[in-house]
Design a protein around this ligand. Structure first.
Ligand SMILES: O=P(O)(O)OC[C@H]1O[C@H](O[C@H]2O[C@H](CO)[C@@H](O)[C@H](O)[C@H]2O)[C@H](O)[C@@H](O)[C@@H]1O
Ligand SMILES: O=c1ccn([C@@H]2O[C@H](COP(=O)(O)OP(=O)(O)O)[C@@H](O)[C@H]2O)c(=O)[nH]1
Length: 460
């Protein structure tokens, strides 16, 4: 049987808890089959030589971890610069936040070349290679240039924007051309596939052979939606653990007379945090019965803090939380509890279960696994309500959530009020339907569908 080789910028020991949707999902998928997981070690070598990095090998159960260090210069141009300062904002429709400094692209190419070089030395002829996310789009092209003939698939965890926006990426034509070195490209949603297809139709000379098949640069490429999921049973079991139970008991004690609203994410401008806080303020203004009663716990775990746009967001959030608490708080009640720290994933199910409403309201998101985790953690007899942005990839799959436009604070506040007042039978009905959907399309379904589609493509 072929060995599975997974490549992603961020990797994690699958036996240990990880945070960040990609690391959690890939770790779970890889642990099921075993194989090799290759990526950045997380280490930055201050005076290291650009394009060079030590390779470390380690065995973690049935998964071999191969990691490479990055020099400071490579880290800053490849990870902070081109990946998170250009590709991330543009793919999340935020041209205003992109730093179009052409200098970054050199570092991005250099690190992809170095990764390809290190990885090639570890490959076997019949390996199946599965590359993840926007940091590594040109990896297959680099491997092919070195003569690698293995089957290669790519999964993009973030959204594909419409063609006009995608074409704002410096060197977008080179980037999309390099995707054709893969045999299969997986995207999160049908909307993403349709944006990709329109880009190919308008910006390249590719032949569109079918809804999912494109031919260009002497190569045929399949592009399909494979929405990522969670391991529902693993998450349910996590909820039965001591950490989650303690968290649940503590929250129930503190909020026995109050309603808990919850937001959990990395502190990222794509997650719509300022809009959410303004909406919560609107809720307190429009429905004053919530004053002294509804509390928003907002966890915003630190992320990419050396990128300017992230540092500015932190200041904005601190100011919004301060003003809401100052304007509405009472001696025995604070409306917002804001936590700028990572909360261990093993504690999250208890928090999710204690919440009456989850606010998952990104301005744009590839998928959003927190939405799915919230559903999995609920008590089916007395479930909380999911308020979900229609701009999250998850919205395509979860129509029984209360879908909102997060920019529209007035109507989103109305929807939150509806969630707080929703009768038990409607909550149960919606939860049952949502749970069935996340069970059917779980992380193992995702892995199996992608790898089966890749295996079905004739070897190059
Ligand atoms: O590695 P970081 O820079 O710390 O960021 C964490 C991850 O964020 C992004 O996650 C995406 O993947 C999730 C799973 O498919 C998806 O639910 C979410 O909507 C995406 O934002 C990023 O794409 C990953 O590469 C990062 O590791
Ligand atoms: O303090 C935190 C914040 C987030 N997470 C986890 O990080 C992942 C976030 O994934 P999602 O797809 O929602 O967004 P991403 O961060 O990948 O954009 C989920 O598994 C969360 O449970 C966590 O463990 N602790």
């Amino acid at each position: 049987m072929s060995r599975l080789v997974v490549v992603s910028n961020r990797i994690a020991d699958p036996r240990k808890p990880a945070s960040g949707g990609l690391a959690v999902a890939v770790g779970q998928a890889l642990e099921a089959s075993g194989g090799l997981w290759f990526g950045w070690s997380g280490k930055i070598v201050e005076n290291g030589t650009p394009g060079e990095g030590d390779l470390h090998l380690q065995q973690a159960g049935n998964v071999q971890l191969a990691t490479v260090d990055l020099s400071r210069e490579d880290h800053d141009s490849y990870y902070l610069g081109y990946s998170n300062g250009v590709l991330w904002p543009v793919f999340h429709y935020r041209l205003d936040l992109a730093d179009f400094d052409a200098g970054y692209i050199g570092g991005y190419r250099r690190v992809n070349q170095m990764f390809a070089h290190k990885l090639a030395s570890l490959l076997k002829p019949d390996d199946i290679i599965w590359v993840h996310d926007y940091h590594l789009i040109p990896l297959a092209a680099e491997l092919r240039a070195m003569g690698c003939k293995q089957r290669m698939g790519f999964f993009l965890h973030i959204p594909v924007p419409p063609p006009l926006i995608l074409a704002a990426v410096p060197a977008h034509d080179w980037l999309i051309r390099s995707l054709f070195a893969y045999d299969l490209v997986g995207l999160q949603s049908n909307t993403d596939v349709s944006h990709f297809s329109r880009y190919v139709g308008t910006e390249t000379s590719a032949d569109i052979l079918g809804e999912h098949e494109f031919r260009a640069y002497g190569k045929t490429l399949q592009v399909q939606a494979f929405p990522i999921g969670i391991d529902v049973d693993e998450f349910t079991a996590l909820g039965e653990g001591k950490d989650a139970q303690d968290m649940y008991a503590q929250m129930r004690r503190e909020y026995s007379r109050r309603r808990l609203l919850l937001g959990v994410e990395r502190m990222d401008y794509s997650k719509g945090l300022p809009q959410r806080l303004k909406t919560f303020r609107q809720l307190l203004q429009s429905y004053p019965e919530n004053v002294g009663s509804a509390t928003l716990i907002q966890i915003a775990s630190p992320s990419r803090e050396s990128v300017d746009a992230y540092a500015a967001l932190k200041q904005e959030l601190e100011s919004l939380c301060g003003s809401i608490n100052g304007d509405f708080g009472e001696l025995d009640w604070m409306p917002v509890r804001y936590i700028h720290r990572n909360v261990a994933r093993k504690r999250l199910p208890g928090l999710y279960r204690a919440a009456s409403v989850a606010l998952v309201t990104p301005l744009r998101d590839g998928m959003n696994l927190v939405a799915k985790e919230f559903v999995a953690a609920q008590d089916p007899e007395d479930p909380g309500v999911l308020v979900l942005s229609r701009f999250a990839g998850a919205a395509e799959q979860l129509p029984e959530a209360l879908l909102v436009n997060p920019y529209d604070t007035l109507r989103t506040a109305e929807t939150i009020q509806r969630a707080l007042q929703m009768p038990l039978d409607e909550r149960q009905r919606r939860h049952q339907a949502l749970l069935a959907r996340i069970r059917e399309h779980d992380v193992y379904w995702w892995r199996h569908q992608f790898l089966a589609a890749l295996a079905a493509i004739p070897a190059p």
